[in-house]
Design a protein around this ligand. Structure first.
Ligand SMILES: *[C@@H]1O[C@H](CO)[C@@H](O)[C@H](O)[C@H]1NC(C)=O
Ligand SMILES: *[C@@H]1O[C@H](CO)[C@@H](O)[C@H](O)[C@H]1NC(C)=O
Ligand SMILES: *[C@@H]1O[C@H](CO)[C@@H](O)[C@H](O)[C@H]1NC(C)=O
Ligand SMILES: *[C@@H]1O[C@H](CO)[C@@H](O)[C@H](O)[C@H]1NC(C)=O
Ligand SMILES: *[C@@H]1O[C@H](CO)[C@@H](O)[C@H](O)[C@H]1NC(C)=O
Ligand SMILES: *[C@@H]1O[C@H](CO)[C@@H](O)[C@H](O)[C@H]1NC(C)=O
Ligand SMILES: *[C@@H]1O[C@H](CO)[C@@H](O)[C@H](O)[C@H]1NC(C)=O
Ligand SMILES: *[C@@H]1O[C@H](CO)[C@@H](O)[C@H](O)[C@H]1NC(C)=O
Length: 598
């Protein structure tokens, strides 16, 4: 089971050689030599990103003990002295309105039991696609698809050949018996395809269009199911419409938030990690930092690493012929670039988190290693990862499997008091929705577009002014209740059908009148308060004053050669974050798709 892997355990690159990588590696080595000559005292080899990305077996441990590179960057990084350490702001660890809402995913009385609707000769099989979280959406949607078709679902087959290279099967990641029993009233699920009428049938393979509606399933899949009895849907990701009947949406939530849980082994280790963070401080932040070299290269953005970075990322970019030139400056302005660790640090300090906060960094391999993390570490010295708060032996059952490592990060991020992302990928979205469902736990997603101009002008203003403006632009991106209108965004990031509001008594209504007023105005999309005056006693963190538009920069669809794709012939990236929430990259290269499907 010694599979090459790309994250968590790290070290996937050189074990998965590609012809194009050899010249790239040669170029990088040459660059390294050139750079080393320029330095009076050359940086330690382990701190060099090119080596970090190919040789480091366990990326986290050396990352956080920043020898060499770290201290120089910190001293260059004099900005830290501008940042006052003040009293902790209110609302950092939760929304005061959260208690008025609760997750509600019970079915209505019209929703018949699976024993009534399941047809004995209809079996649905699916094969998921992508990284752990993209596969998760596929599994959830598969249960709903089986329900639509009155079919029995065979336990989904995981994608073991994606970019992330994890050979684990379903029952090694998820609690399969729980999955079957918890959902038994909704959909009949079996571990293996049984014989039908005394015969073992060969599944009829097909692929449904992306975002297939209920009617689309009935029109396209049902006829095959009636004829062949067993249908296997391949590459099953985003194959179900965002909008569905209420009862089907609630089923989606029951699967996502109750029926699908990790194996006992993974859950236990995840809880252990949470407990270790709690021993260190009362509250902790989990930061999902996507900063892998491949992803950065793909983004086409510039992250401040000078000519060296341009060359290194450029070399990686050459692997994909299908990649079009991207204007880094434009990408930034449009908010399509993941925040750098430094930018995340600035944002969090500006929001009022103190420097003594403990941060769990959930991440794969970080481009530039310790050097990249140093500015964040200057803002927040207490950085941890699963590798720094547990032993090698404890991690052994997980470390060779990218999905299990990702599952541990998922659990810690889910259990954190404040969850912060630098990106808008699948994990960020799924966790954002999950945290809404389970009580609107503080969830901070950068308003990258507006933060960008603020951050680039930050030296032009006082820290207080910068800080107020950051809080202003982050309104609507803080995980507050009703921040997003129902139906906006993908369902798993905004599961509005499954969030109910408690009936408000008169007195409560009165004391929250300001809240109501703000909420009632948030339907006017795109109104951004332009005033510079933000009261420093602003405790209403994150209530939407403008409709958040979070552009997708790591979520993608493959522009496959399917005639029935929703937008035939449209193979270019569609980049217009303002257009609507269906903004997606369309990629021609399955490997590119894999990188982004976390
Ligand atoms: C990192 O440094 C800390 C002290 O700063 C030390 O306790 C820890 O063992 C070091 N970890 C590694 C992996 O070197
Ligand atoms: C949902 O159903 C369960 C029983 O299946 C019940 O205990 C619970 O109170 C219900 N929740 C809501 C919000 O109605
Ligand atoms: C599934 O069963 C329900 C209830 O018997 C029925 O109303 C519905 O039309 C069936 N759908 C399909 C696709 O067979
Ligand atoms: C999953 O993997 C485990 C361990 O390799 C194995 O025991 C089990 O039979 C596999 N399950 C399926 C359904 O392939
Ligand atoms: C499914 O799991 C949830 C807990 O997440 C529980 O409340 C619910 O009762 C379970 N449903 C069934 C049918 O077992
Ligand atoms: C900073 O302020 C100066 C003077 O107020 C102005 O000329 C300059 O354009 C500002 N720079 C930016 C990047 O806004
Ligand atoms: C909401 O809108 C109303 C009228 O449209 C306005 O009077 C009120 O000041 C607005 N509230 C906020 C908080 O913007
Ligand atoms: C907030 O600040 C305003 C002035 O900026 C002041 O009038 C108000 O009393 C303050 N509110 C609280 C709760 O401190």
């Amino acid at each position: 089971m010694a599979q090459p892997r790309r994250r968590g355990g790290g070290g996937g690159h050189n074990k998965c050689p590609r012809p194009a990588l050899l010249p790239a590696a040669a170029l990088l080595l040459f660059l390294l030599a050139a750079v080393a000559l320029l330095y009076v005292s050359p940086p330690p080899l382990t701190d060099h990103p090119a080596l970090a990305s190919s040789r480091r077996r366990s990326p986290h441990a050396p990352l956080l003990n920043s020898s060499g590179g770290g201290s120089t960057v910190v001293s260059e990084h004099s900005e830290i002295s501008r940042v006052p350490i003040s009293k902790e702001a209110d609302g950092l660890w939760g929304s005061k309105f959260a208690s008025r809402f609760y997750g509600c995913s019970n079915s209505s009385s019209r929703f018949l039991g699976s024993s009534v609707i399941t047809q004995p000769d209809r079996y649905l099989m699916i094969v998921t696609s992508g990284g752990l979280n993209q596969q998760r959406t596929g599994i959830i949607d598969a249960v709903v698809a089986a329900r639509i078709l009155n079919a029995t679902l065979v336990v989904p087959k995981l994608d073991q050949t994606s970019f992330w290279k994890d050979a684990s099967n379903f029952s090694e990641i998820f609690d399969v018996d729980w999955f079957i029993s918890n959902l038994s009233k909704d959909v009949k699920i079996v571990k293996e395809l049984p014989e039908i009428g005394g015969k073992l049938r060969t599944p009829h393979r097909m692929r449904v269009p992306r975002k297939c509606t209920q009617r689309c399933y009935v029109n396209r899949v049902l006829p095959a199911l009636l004829k062949k009895h067993v249908v296997r849907l391949t590459k099953f990701d985003y194959r179900l419409a965002n909008r569905l009947d209420t009862d089907l949406q609630k089923l989606r939530c029951r699967v996502n938030y109750h029926g699908l849980r990790f194996t006992g082994l993974i859950e236990e280790m995840g809880e252990k990690l949470i407990q270790r963070m709690r021993e260190r401080s009362k509250h902790f932040i989990a930061l999902h930092l996507r900063f892998e070299p491949d992803m950065l290269a793909f983004s086409g953005c510039y992250y401040g690493g000078g000519e060296k970075e341009r060359k290194e990322l450029g070399a990686i970019r050459k692997r994909w012929k299908t990649l079009h030139a991207i204007n880094p400056e434009k990408g930034r302005r449009q908010g399509r670039c993941p925040l750098t660790p430094e930018e995340v640090g600035l944002m969090l300090r500006a929001l009022g988190y103190r420097n003594d906060v403990h941060i769990y960094v959930a991440s794969g391999e970080i481009y530039g290693g310790a050097r990249t993390l140093a500015p964040l570490k200057a803002f927040f010295p207490n950085l941890h990862t699963k590798e720094t708060i547990s032993s090698k032996e404890e991690l052994a059952p997980f470390s060779k499997y990218s999905s299990r490592m990702a599952a541990l990060d998922f659990i810690v991020c889910d259990g954190s008091d404040a969850f912060v992302t630098n990106n808008n990928g699948n994990m960020a979205k799924i966790l954002a929705g999950r945290r809404r469902y389970f009580g609107h736990k503080r969830t901070i997603r950068p308003n990258a577009k507006r933060l960008y101009s603020l951050i680039s002008n930050r030296r032009n203003m006082s820290w207080d002014s910068f800080s107020s403006r950051v809080r202003m632009v982050q309104k609507g991106f803080m995980g507050e209740p009703k921040e997003l209108r129902p139906g906006r965004g993908e369902f798993h990031e905004n599961p509005s059908t499954c969030i109910c509001e408690k009936t408000v008594s008169k007195t409560v209504a009165k004391s929250n009148s300001q809240f109501e007023q703000v909420l009632s105005n948030d339907t006017e999309r795109g109104i951004a308060i332009q005033t510079e005056q933000v009261s420093s006693n602003d405790t209403e963190m994150g209530i939407a004053t403008s409709e958040p538009t979070v552009p997708d920069h790591t979520d993608e669809e493959a522009g496959e050669s399917e005639a029935d794709e929703d937008a035939p012939g449209e193979k270019e990236e569609i980049i217009d974050p303002e257009a609507d929430d269906d903004v997606q990259f369309r990629l021609e290269d399955p490997e590119l798709e894999g990188i982004l499907s976390d």
